[in-house]
Each structure stands twice: as C-alpha cells, then as structure tokens.
Design a protein around this ligand. Structure first.
Ligand code: SF4
Ligand code: SF4
Length: 225
C-alpha cells in the first residue's frame, strides 16, 4: 500500500527531502504523497523513511490503495527505469556538449542522509529565534534520531537540520555561545527554533529564564551579532 499524510501534518519539511522517489510534495496547505510514486520505500530502504522521521506520526498507510510488496517492487522498477531514461537523455545532451562522459555516481540511488546533507548550515548561515531547553523528564528518552537524550551532552532538537549537524547557538544577551549536535526534531510551536539540552542551556545562561533569544550559525563562525 502507499502512504498518505493526514491533516495533523505540521509542515516541518523533514519528509520531503528524504523520499527516494520524490513522491512527497507541498500541497495547498500541507505536504502530500503522490501515490503513483510511493513504494513504501521498497527497493531503496527496509522501512519507509518519511514515517521514521515524521515527528508527529501523521503518515499512515492508505487503506484505500491496497498494493502487494511485488506490486510495490514493480512500481519501484518502473520509476527507476523512467529515471534512467531521463538521465540517459540528460547525459546525451551533456556529452554532445562536452564529449564522452562517465558519471556512474549519478546512477546510484541517493541515501536519505545524502538527500538531507544539502540542508546542513554553511558559513554565513544564520537563524534567529527563541530557544528553550529539555525538561528533566526527557532524560533517557529516545530522540527522533534513535539516540537517547542525555541532559549532560551538548545536543539539541531542530525542525529541519540533519541529524549529526553541529550548530553554534549564541545568546545575544550575554554573548555566551555553545556548539551543539542536532539529534532530535522540534520544537513545533511558537517562535522557538531550537530546544537545547540542559548542559547547553547552562552554558548559554538560559536556565533561569527557561527561554530566550538565540542566534544559530555555522559551528566555525565567530559569535554573530
Ligand atoms: S514511504 Fe518512502 S516512497 Fe513513500 S512517500 Fe515515504 S519516503 Fe517516499
Ligand atoms: S515529516 Fe510529517 S509533519 Fe513533517 S512535513 Fe512530513 S508529514 Fe508533515
């Protein structure tokens, strides 16, 4: 069966870049799945990537579109053939411009991680908003990346940055900054752009206030103003 996105979707942008079949697109109000392109990730991955990453569990199976695993596999093969044809046409066009070309890497299916890599911050990247920190009852709980939350580690939740991304968080009120590693998804309401661990909040001087303005930037950047 293909999957569908329910209206609980919060448009967090996480699922669209990880779909290996480009089946997910922004609809009129929320993200949608093109059933003709969804294979439940059969042919690419053991589990549906969008379901694994969706922070609000709003991607159930679409019972109105029953499909066997064999049918999903055939759909995957058709999509792969169609992609191969388009690529061959593109390469023919390029080779007529540049002579012979061998680009085998282009024929490899992109992994979810590679698909998200483009979203990692670059030098000069800045995001401004509010930060809060994890309540103590989250200690030991599983994060969206599969790691368990450790309040003593310098980690954080962000809506879209890929897991493993290191980002500098700066508190403009006191000039303190800390580099955290993204291993969870959130926060999903208000103007908060990041939830940091208690250890990171301590370094930023956010513990007393609970929430405060921050600037996110590339980890190698100096303190942004
Ligand atoms: S299950 Fe896989 S193929 Fe289907 S929409 Fe999700 S990521 Fe794309
Ligand atoms: S991951 Fe879930 S909440 Fe986020 S855009 Fe996709 S369907 Fe919506």
């Amino acid at each position: 069966m293909t999957l569908k996105i329910t209206d609980e979707c919060i448009n967090c942008d996480v699922c669209e870049p990880v779909c290996p079949n480009q089946a997910i697109f922004m609809g009129e109000t929320i993200y949608e799945i093109d059933p003709s392109r969804c294979t439940e990730c059969v042919g690419h991955f053991d589990t549906p990537q969008c379901v694994t990453l969706c922070p609000v569990d709003c991607i159930p199976v679409d019972d109105t579109r029953p499909e066997t695993r064999d049918q999903l596999l055939r759909k995957y093969e058709q999509l792969t053939r169609a992609a191969g044809k388009s690529l061959a046409i593109a390469l023919l066009g390029l080779s007529s411009l540049f002579g012979s070309l061998t680009l085998p890497a282009l024929l490899l299916p992109a992994s979810a991680e590679a698909a998200m890599a483009h979203a990692a911050p670059r030098p000069g990247w800045l995001q401004r908003g509010k930060a809060s920190f994890y309540a103590s009852h989250f200690a030991g709980k599983r994060t969206a990346s599969g790691e368990h939350h450790d309040p003593d580690e310098l980690t954080a939740a962000h809506r879209t940055l890929p897991f493993g991304t290191r980002v500098r968080v700066t508190n403009p009120r006191n000039g303190r900054s800390v580099v955290v590693t993204i291993n969870d998804r959130g926060p999903f309401h208000g103007k908060r752009i990041i939830d940091v661990s208690r250890a990171a909040a301590r370094k930023l001087g956010l513990i007393k206030a609970g929430v405060g303005d921050v600037t996110l930037s590339h980890p190698d950047s100096r303190q942004p103003h």
